[in-house]
Each structure stands twice: as structure tokens, then as C-alpha cells.
Design a protein around this ligand. Structure first.
Ligand code: FES
Length: 178
């Protein structure tokens, strides 16, 4: 072994002969740690912490923002056109989306057309038209609505269903806010 070799992996180690390590020139601090390594570690730890915080914060942001976004989308839509819906047989229903919300178009046996939101006014479940008893029913807690007017007639729903205006044309049915 030559006396010119320097132990750079362990500056504390005893060196052969009278060779001295100069910490300033060896790349190691007084504590024996490489400043480059420490800096890289701190930058990496900072990036990892920021990424972790973002990963935690994003779902919270989505949770808080989604009702606001849904409400904004719901109010942004003023009208929908249902192609060929004028062919809907009497006594039947067509489900569709009015913006982000489910809705229903009912063609009654007496020829009357009505459309309502299909979102229950109790806790927001999707309601269904039942042709047999001619009612709109919410299976979640047994809420019942009048299928002609959307009025809440029994069960827990506190308000009527939101009604839309219906215009039946030759090639489509237009549904718009009442
Ligand atoms: S959510 Fe419809 S009755 Fe409760």
C-alpha cells in the first residue's frame, strides 16, 4: 500500500503514517458527513413531504368542492333535448340526465307529459316511476310522490320534486327549467 492513499469513506479512521485529512478538502464536514449528501437528503425529504401533503389534501379538496361544482353544473344547464322521446308510449317513463342530476319524463295514460328531477327531496336517493300504482317511489325510506304533480304525498320527503317544463315536438321533447 502507498502512503498517498486517503481513506475518504471514514475520515475518523486512523491513516497510515502521518497523513492528515483536511475536512475542508475532503468533502466532509466536521461531523464527518458529506454536505452534498446531506443537502440531497434534505431536498428529497422536502419533496417527499410536499408530495405526501398534496396526496392527502387532494381528496379533501375534492370532497369539499364537489357539492359546489355539482350545484354550479346543475344551475348551468337550462334545457335538454331528448331526441325521439315523442315516441315514448303512454303509461311509461324515460330516465335522462338534466345536467349532472337524474331526471324523468313521464307520458301518462291520459296523454299528459310531465318531467321531474329524480332526486328525492329527503336524502337525495334516485326515485322511480311505478306505472302500476301510478306513483313516484323512493325505495330508500319509502317516500311517495304524486306522479302528475311531483307533490310529496307520504313518507319522509319534506318537499315536492322539482318539476320541469315539457315541450313535445315532431322529432324530440324539450325539457327546460320551469
Ligand atoms: S331518500 Fe327518499 S325517502 Fe329518504
Amino acid at each position: 500500500m502507498s502512503d498517498t492513499l486517503v481513506n475518504i469513506t471514514n475520515p475518523e479512521a486512523e491513516l497510515p503514517g502521518n497523513i492528515q485529512l483536511d475536512p475542508a478538502r475532503s468533502g466532509y464536514g466536521e461531523d464527518g458527513e458529506s454536505p452534498t449528501t446531506r443537502r440531497a437528503f434534505l431536498v428529497g425529504a422536502g419533496c417527499a413531504t410536499a408530495a405526501y401533503a398534496a396526496a392527502l389534501a387532494y381528496p379533501v379538496y375534492r370532497y369539499l368542492a364537489s357539492p359546489i361544482e355539482t350545484a354550479m353544473n346543475a344551475t348551468a344547464v337550462k334545457e335538454v333535448t331528448l331526441k325521439d322521446a315523442q315516441k315514448l308510449p303512454m303509461g311509461s317513463v324515460m330516465m335522462f340526465k338534466f345536467g349532472p342530476s337524474p331526471a324523468m319524463l313521464i307520458h301518462h295514460l291520459d296523454g299528459k307529459w310531465v318531467a321531474f328531477t329524480a332526486v328525492c327531496t329527503h336524502l337525495g336517493c334516485t326515485v322511480q316511476y311505478e306505472a302500476g300504482p301510478d306513483r313516484i317511489h323512493c325505495a330508500c325510506h319509502g317516500g311517495v310522490y304524486n306522479s302528475q304533480t311531483g307533490a310529496n304525498v307520504s313518507g319522509p320527503p319534506p318537499k315536492p320534486l322539482l318539476a320541469y317544463k315539457v315541450a313535445v315536438n315532431d322529432a324530440d321533447v324539450q325539457i327546460s327549467r320551469a
